[in-house]
Design a protein around this ligand. Structure first.
Ligand SMILES: Nc1ncnc2c1ncn2[C@@H]1O[C@H](COP(=O)(O)OP(=O)(O)OP(=O)(O)O)[C@@H](O)[C@H]1O
Ligand SMILES: [Mg+2]
Length: 324
């Protein structure tokens, strides 16, 4: 596959903190992640809170260095010198965060926020940078009159438009949006999602989209990645994920919020999510899985390919039809 970015066996291990102090414990935020994103592809990421979605997002845009493993963005990102890495990844990826009110510098007017990446990466002349700022504002549907407004003077939706424009400033190939609408008013969520989809088409961007709203993820994405306790456990074409996912966890997740047109029996997810400090042996999902047996406690299976291209899963006892 023509790859824009490739993760190979990427792990992120943090030192755990307790009461503000570091402990001896380790947090396994991302474990053995293998992933390839093609140019123009939209990849959705789903999984319960704490499963490593934001960690994966940050690894993809080079703000989180993996403890081990590689991130190749044309070249091995962490084998580059820092300045080279910043130029390479900063100039070709953009990130949109959950909360636009904390992600934007509240002391800078919109014009300066959007100009900053152009200045840092020395794109064009001063005149060209001003033109680009105007172009970016119109691209995301911000009225020109807001160029001198401070973030605090904007609505939540407008602030997220500024954040998206900033992510697009350097004409990236990949935009990673980590819960870009969850801090927004319900009424503006659809507008922001549609804007992202529209920009993705127009600018031929690859998009990684993280959200708790799994039905939105499914609708927006070409492929859906399911994460569980730091691991990617399934990668499925979006059209198959609701009733043809093979991993029990993916099926349980999607069965809990059926679309109106395709009601399916909800599969309950019982029991707590295990600790990321002491993940279970073998398959991390086994403590909540109705199909688990001894082998699941012993080894984490590798990826198996489903018959459909782009569909793979890590499970000893994958599901077959729409119920099993
Ligand atoms: N800097 C850090 N130090 C210690 N632990 C961390 C750090 N960053 C993340 N973690 C832990 O790593 C795990 C994965 O975190 P991450 O933010 O990637 O999860 P997430 O899937 O994005 O969750 P959410 O849906 O709540 O945003 C969690 O257990 C989290 O507490
Ligand atoms: Mg997160």
């Amino acid at each position: 596959m023509n790859a824009l970015i490739t993760l190979s066996d990427a792990h992120v291990v943090h030192r755990a903190r307790s009461g503000g102090l570091f402990t001896r414990d380790r947090v396994y935020a991302l474990t053995g992640a293998d992933l390839t994103i093609a140019p123009g592809e939209t990849v959705g990421v789903v999984g319960e809170s704490g499963c490593g979605k934001s960690t994966l997002a940050k690894v993809l845009v080079g703000v989180q260095r993996p403890t081990s493993g590689t991130v190749r963005f044309r070249r091995d990102l962490w084998a580059m010198k820092p300045a080279e890495r910043r130029a390479s990844v900063g100039g070709s990826t953009g990130m949109v965060f959950q909360d636009p009110s904390t992600a934007l510098n509240r002391r800078l007017p919109v014009r300066r926020i959007l100009r900053d990446p152009l200045d840092v990466h020395r794109r064009g002349t001063a005149r060209e940078r001003d033109d680009r700022v105007r172009e970016l504002m119109s691209l995301v549907g911000l009225p020109r009159a807001l160029a001198d407004a401070l973030p605090g003077q904007l609505s939540g939706g407008q602030r997220q438009r500024v954040a998206i424009a900033r992510a697009l400033a350097l004409d990236p190939d990949l935009v990673v949006a980590d819960e870009p609408t969850s801090a927004l008013d319900v009424s503006v969520r659809a507008q922001i999602l549609n804007l992202l989809l529209d920009l993705k088409e127009r600018l031929d961007l690859a998009l990684v989209f993280v959200s708790h709203d799994i039905q939105t993820v499914r609708r927006m994405s070409d492929g859906v990645i399911t994460m569980y306790l730091g691991r990617i456990v399934e990668e499925s074409p979006a059209a198959r994920v609701t009733d043809r996912a093979r991993h029990p966890y993916t099926r349980a997740l999607f069965s809990a919020t059926p679309g109106l047109l395709d009601p399916i029996d909800p599969i309950p997810l019982v029991g707590p999510v295990p600790s990321t400090i002491r993940p279970p042996s073998g398959c991390p999902f086994r403590t909540r899985c109705w199909k688990a047996d001894e082998v699941c406690a012993e080894v984490m299976p590798g990826f198996a390919a489903a018959s459909t291209p782009g569909h793979r899963f890590r499970c000893h006892h994958p599901l077959t039809s729409s119920t099993s």
